[in-house]
Design a protein around this ligand. Structure first.
Ligand SMILES: [Ca+2]
Length: 201
């Protein structure tokens, strides 16, 4: 009997470690004027104050993840400039900040878009490299760095503000960044299908 109790306690302890370790990947997002963030096709959060940075935890799928962020600039056309900033820290310490290596696409407002742009399997090969602007801390958003730094520290954010093309043209933009997994895309597709079936039940 005592052995069973010890086993049960050990199992609980391992599960707790597993669960807390699995939640250590972080996505931090800001968008001027508002954003909606997705990881692996699931919405993780949204915000409408670029100085109040979003801070979201997520799980990897086969060691990888697809980050997808929509940002809306509320001032039409050239009457205001838009900006998007994001970074990713994995629990193994790997860091990825938004820059020209991220994929970007200008389009309709998110309410009108239903092509699966946020999903893991979406083909973004036709998207452009993001238009890279100032690094966090400088440029037109520099005055908000102190407030934003309350979230964008440990590690310090080294991402760049980005947009899809010149930021005084498009008002609705989409970003994608893929963290490669440890296996090919095919098993990831199968897992997302299975997950979809489980959720549908
Ligand atoms: Ca604008």
């Amino acid at each position: 009997m005592q052995r069973r109790v010890i086993f049960a306690v050990a199992l609980l302890f391992s599960l707790t470690i597993c669960l807390s370790a699995a939640a250590a990947n972080r996505l931090r997002v800001s968008g001027d004027n508002s954003w909606v963030a997705f990881v692996n096709g699931e919405k993780v959060g949204e915000g409408a104050d670029w100085q109040a940075v979003g801070d979201y935890e997520f799980d990897l799928v086969n060691g990888g993840a697809v980050i997808a962020v929509y940002v809306h600039d509320a001032e039409p056309g050239a009457s205001g400039v838009g900006g998007a900033l994001a970074d990713i820290t994995l629990d193994d310490g790997q860091y990825f900040g938004s820059d020209e290596s991220w994929k970007a696409d200008a389009g309709s407002p998110i309410e009108q878009r239903n092509d699966g742009w946020e999903t893991m399997d979406f083909d973004d090969s036709g998207w452009e490299p993001a238009h890279q602007m100032d690094q966090f801390g400088g440029g037109v958003w520099g005055f908000g760095a102190a407030t934003m730094g309350q979230v964008l520290n440990n590690p310090d954010c080294t991402a760049y503000w980005v947009w899809a093309g010149p930021n005084d043209v498009a008002d609705d933009i989409y970003l994608r960044f893929t963290i490669p997994g440890t296996t090919s895309v095919e098993p990831m597709k199968k897992i997302s299908v299975i997950w979809g079936q489980i959720k549908a039940r």
